[in-house]
Design a protein around this ligand. Structure first.
Ligand code: HEM
Ligand code: HEM
Ligand SMILES: [Fe+2]
Length: 484
């Protein structure tokens, strides 16, 4: 092992080396997401900006697809990161895992280039195969879809085979079942039907069931590991919570799918089913907050990695507010009738994705930064610690600013476009021209700049944190030090 505080990949096990590659691409795509978000936001203010160069539709596609892909890279990285520790065995099929990483990354680059180079064209089967499948968030053309499925199957194989050869843990068991569901659901967004209602019906299986069921469970698993590593929480406690959360999550999240079936041409009973079950969805999120606060309290916040723990707590809170509170606000059909598809949805979409998932991936970035420098102690008074604190502050100020601005715009649209003007064409434009809407878009943009500043600081910090630190962390927190 090299000196403490020096970046060296020899400090990492095989799975963690592969995870670092996923994290690097994930961080870069996060940057791309922020960039295209800023451009799309500017086009709200100056509709001619970059018209014909990068159209709004393309900016938006890149913004939301980069989001999905960087989070998936972060999750795959997070899983490889903990795999050897958890299974107490070397990653099986690591060579194949490495190969697939390069293939997948190359595919991502090609897909992005094609989005940029072919911005308009006919809607034919050829476009679906080669350019864009046209399904929001998962727009990748079909050739890439198939590639993604193969890549995910290899990843799945590596995880299952490693746990099979190593030891069984509760976290591992839940993780394996969850990855199977996550990969399987992707197939629902891959076939073509000319009927838009049918198409949307299946597309939501991926989108809703991913973020409100399988992603939540995956994050539950990796955050459970995170609590063991950063706080040294007892495995029995984290795993008990995990089982409770998973049961609640699937209990409410699966039929909660109905909140997307209100107005797309599905039978009326979905109003009742969707309203009822999705109203229950905040319950598991409360359990996750209680869990994190409880664990931190019991361990008196004595932890070895302050930035990672801070982002872990931010994850519990962000998930609760973004998904739970902001989701609940518009989930009853009586309310959703007015709010559907307004900036209200975007307000919730931003806070939920950032709160529940970006936070978790950032926490892992910090875990990775720590171990690559020989497991240095990342205490509150770490040298250069202002950077992680300010980056976190700017990211959150930016995100809260954006969320609030969009919420105000959404309220205004629901009131003027929907309630007063009765969803008419004129109402749509009246609402968009209203000062409350226009000002909200300006505030969203300003908040977006704050957020971007936070991102730049984050990158700088990740590359430098722990550099001058020479205190090691106690080995007490190693997950393998605890019985399964
Ligand atoms: C971390 C978990 C979640 C994420 C990442 C998330 C994200 C999103 C996003 C991006 C949209 C917009 C989809 C579109 O493009 O049309 C959306 C819509 C919606 N979400 Fe969530 N959500 C989460 C959890 C929840 C929860 C727990 C609830 C309910 C309690 C909820 C209720 C809704 C509703 C009702 C809509 C439809 C909005 C409309 O009618 O336009 N979400 N969500
Ligand atoms: C610099 C910061 C950002 C800016 C300026 C920005 C701006 C935008 C804009 C203009 C849209 C298109 C809205 C529309 O179609 O009307 C959008 C959509 C979206 N953004 Fe961002 N964004 C930023 C950061 C983020 C972050 C950090 C996340 C999540 C982690 C995120 C998640 C989303 C989602 C989920 C949508 C789709 C929402 C929906 O359709 O309801 N954005 N963003
Ligand atoms: Fe949903």
């Amino acid at each position: 092992m090299t000196a403490l505080g020096v970046f060296d990949s020899a400090n990492l096990n095989g799975g963690q080396k592969l995870a670092m590659k996923y994290f690097a691409v994930s961080l870069a795509l996060f940057g791309a997401q922020v960039l295209f978000g800023v451009l799309a936001g500017l086009q709200y203010l100056f509709p001619d900006f970059l018209y014909g160069v990068i159209d709004f539709s393309v900016n938006r596609t890149l913004h939301v697809n980069a989001l999905v892909v960087w989070l998936l890279y972060g999750f795959i990285g997070g899983t490889y990161w903990m795999l050897e520790d958890e299974a107490d065995h070397k990653v099986v099929g690591l060579g194949l895992g490495n190969l697939i990483f390069w293939v997948l990354t190359l595919a991502v680059v090609v897909v992005v280039l094609v989005y940029l180079l072919v911005q308009v064209g006919p809607a034919e089967m050829k476009s679906i195969w080669l350019i864009n499948e046209g399904r929001e968030y998962i727009e990748a053309p079909r050739w890439a879809d198939i590639g993604i499925v193969v890549a995910v199957l290899v990843f799945f194989f590596n995880v299952v085979a490693t746990f099979a050869k190593g030891r069984y843990t509760g976290i591992g068991g839940v993780l394996v079942m969850d990855l199977l569901a996550l990969a399987g659901l992707y197939l629902a967004g891959m076939f073509y039907t000319p009927n838009v209602s049918v198409d949307q019906f299946w597309w939501w299986w991926v989108i809703h069931l991913w973020v409100e069921a399988t992603w939540e469970v995956l994050v539950g698993c990796i955050m459970a590991y995170m609590l063991i590593v950063t706080l040294g929480v007892r495995r029995r406690i984290v795993e008990t919570w995990l089982y409770i959360e998973v049961a609640l999550m699937f209990g409410s999240g699966i039929l909660g799918l109905g909140h997307h079936y209100f107005w797309i041409g599905t039978p009326q009973y979905w109003l009742t089913i969707g309203g009822f079950f999705s109203a229950l969805e905040p319950v598991p999120l409360v359990a996750m907050v209680v869990h994190a606060v409880f664990d931190s309290g019991v361990h008196r916040l004595k932890n070895s990695n302050h930035p990672a723990l801070a982002w872990t707590i931010a994850q519990a809170a962000g998930n609760f507010f973004g998904a739970g509170v902001w989701g609940f606000m518009h989930t009853l059909p009586q309310i959703n009738l007015y709010t559907h598809g307004t900036q209200w949805s975007a307000s919730h979409g931003h806070l939920a994705f950032f709160g529940a998932y970006s936070t978790a991936v950032i926490a892992f970035f910090y875990l990775a930064a720590q171990k690559s420098r020989g497991n240095v102690w990342m205490s509150g008074n770490l040298a250069g610690g202002w950077k992680w604190k300010w980056s976190m502050a700017f990211l959150w100020m930016g995100m809260i600013g954006m969320t609030m601005a969009l919420l105000i715009a959404g309220y205004e649209q629901s009131q003027i476009e929907r309630a007063i003007e009765g969803s008419s064409w004129v109402g749509y434009f009246t609402a968009q021209a209203h000062p409350w809407f226009v000002q909200a878009m300006k505030w969203r943009q300003i908040s977006g700049y704050l957020f971007s500043l936070g991102y730049v600081l984050l990158v700088w910090d990740l590359f430098t944190i722990g550099k001058r630190e020479t205190r090691p962390i106690a080995e007490l927190h190693a997950p393998s030090a605890q019985p399964a």
